[in-house]
Structure formats: C-alpha cells, structure tokens
Design a binder for this molecule. Structure first.
Ligand code: ATP
Ligand code: MG
Length: 206
C-alpha cells in the first residue's frame, strides 16, 4: 500500500476536489479519516465518489458539527482514539485527506500534522493561488519540515497567478505540481480532464 496525504493551507481551499482528481487519475482509494459537519453539504467522501473515485473507504469518525475534530467530538460526546486512526491496508495507492490545515487538532493532545508524521507518508500541500497564499503556504511548509513530513510538492487551486505560484515554490524549495483551475461545471468528467491537462501523473506515481 502506498499512502499519499492531501493536506492544505486552510479549510475550504479545494483539498477534496484535488484529492478526488488525484485518486481517480491513479485508480487509488480515498480515505477521509475524520469528517466534521454532517448537516447540509455532502460529506467529502460523497463528493469524492461523485467526482469519480470508485473506492471510497468509510471514515473512522463522523462528527455532527462543522468544527475542528477535537471540538466536534467533544460536542458529540465522542472520544477520538488515535489507535483507530492507523492507515487502512488497501491494495495500491491510498489518498488520505486531513481536515482543514496541518495544525488542526484531532484531539486536545494530537494534531493532524502529528498523525501525518506517524503515518510516514508523503504529503501534497494544496494551496490557493490568490492573495494571502504566500504566507499560508510558507507557514505550512515550515510546519511540515519541522515535523519531518515529506513534501511531494504544492498543488494550486484557483485562477492562475504565476508570480504567487513561482514565488512560493522558489522560497520554499518545493516542487510545483500544477494548478487546478476553477471548473464549471465541476463533475467527474471535467475534473478528470483538468487533472490530466494540469498535472503529471508521474509526479505522484513514484
Ligand atoms: N477546482 C475547482 N473548481 C470548482 N470548484 C472548486 C474547485 N476546487 C474547490 N472547489 C469548490 O470549493 C469548495 C471547497 O472545496 P473543497 O471542499 O475541495 O475544500 P476542502 O479544502 O476539501 O475543505 P475541507 O477543509 O472542508 O475539507 C467546494 O464547494 C468545491 O466544490
Ligand atoms: Mg475536504
């Protein structure tokens, strides 16, 4: 089994869309270990399925409120047991999506970045292209390096911003994997076409 983590500079920046595009392109399984927020919008697992991922594994925890997992669990009266957050054993590649960004608490004593470190899996940092992304991206890369999380590279999401993308990758010394443009409509077909056009599958296959 080959795990690849899809993490991001923030919540709501396109991790699920990127992770679904990657998993579909690789024929990989997708796993969202902790889903927070069950009302309203589709879960990330539902979205991944809608966007063309065939093998979506069940979440370890599904929490009601759209909050950081540590708090959402408390409000549900659930104790998150890190022992239940070991990587599932699948054949082939597994794309794993965290919640929010790297320093989001899983519990009051465990951050997502700690889990990524324990899993010893390489991570793609998903980042916006617009104003504010240089700071968020460089902070995220520092946090990954501090914890010894291997960085596959940065995948941007949004309208092209050549200087932001180039500046981040040069200052951080990380690979620029590509950029997913904003897709309308966003569906399995448009995502597969955009992923093929804007990323090189070899960058994720090694
Ligand atoms: N390339 C894209 N084209 C069109 N819409 C997009 C694209 N990427 C993301 N979006 C939209 O932006 C919103 C946030 O994206 P997404 O759910 O992937 O973020 P996320 O980082 O996974 O958030 P979370 O932290 O909640 O898991 C969604 O409504 C999604 O449909
Ligand atoms: Mg998501």
């Amino acid at each position: 089994m080959r795990p690849i983590i899809a993490t991001g500079t923030d919540t709501g920046i396109g991790k699920t869309v990127f992770a679904a595009g990657l998993a579909a392109a690789l024929g990989a399984a997708y796993w969202k270990p902790i889903q927070s927020g069950l009302d309203g919008e589709a879960s990330d697992s539902d979205t991944a399925r809608r966007l063309g991922v065939r093998d979506v594994l069940p979440e370890a925890y599904r929490l009601t409120e759209p909050l950081s997992p540590h708090r959402a669990a408390e409000l549900d009266g659930v104790t998150i047991d890190p022992a239940r957050l070991t990587l599932p054993d699948v054949l082939g590649t597994l794309v794993i999506e965290g919640a929010g960004g790297l320093l989001v608490p899983v519990t009051r004593t465990l951050l997502f970045a700690d889990l990524f470190r324990q899993w010893a899996a390489p991570a793609v940092l998903v980042a916006r292209t617009g104003l504010g992304t240089i700071n968020h991206s460089l902070l995220s890369v520092e946090a990954m390096r501090t914890r010894g999380i291997a960085i596959l590279g940065i995948a941007f999401v949004g309208e092209a911003n050549e200087d932001n993308e180039a500046t981040i990758c040069a200052l951080a010394g990380v690979r620029r994997l590509g950029r997913l443009p904003l897709l309308a409509p966003l569906n399995a077909g448009s995502l597969a076409a955009a992923f093929a056009a804007h990323f090189r599958i070899e960058d994720f296959a090694a």
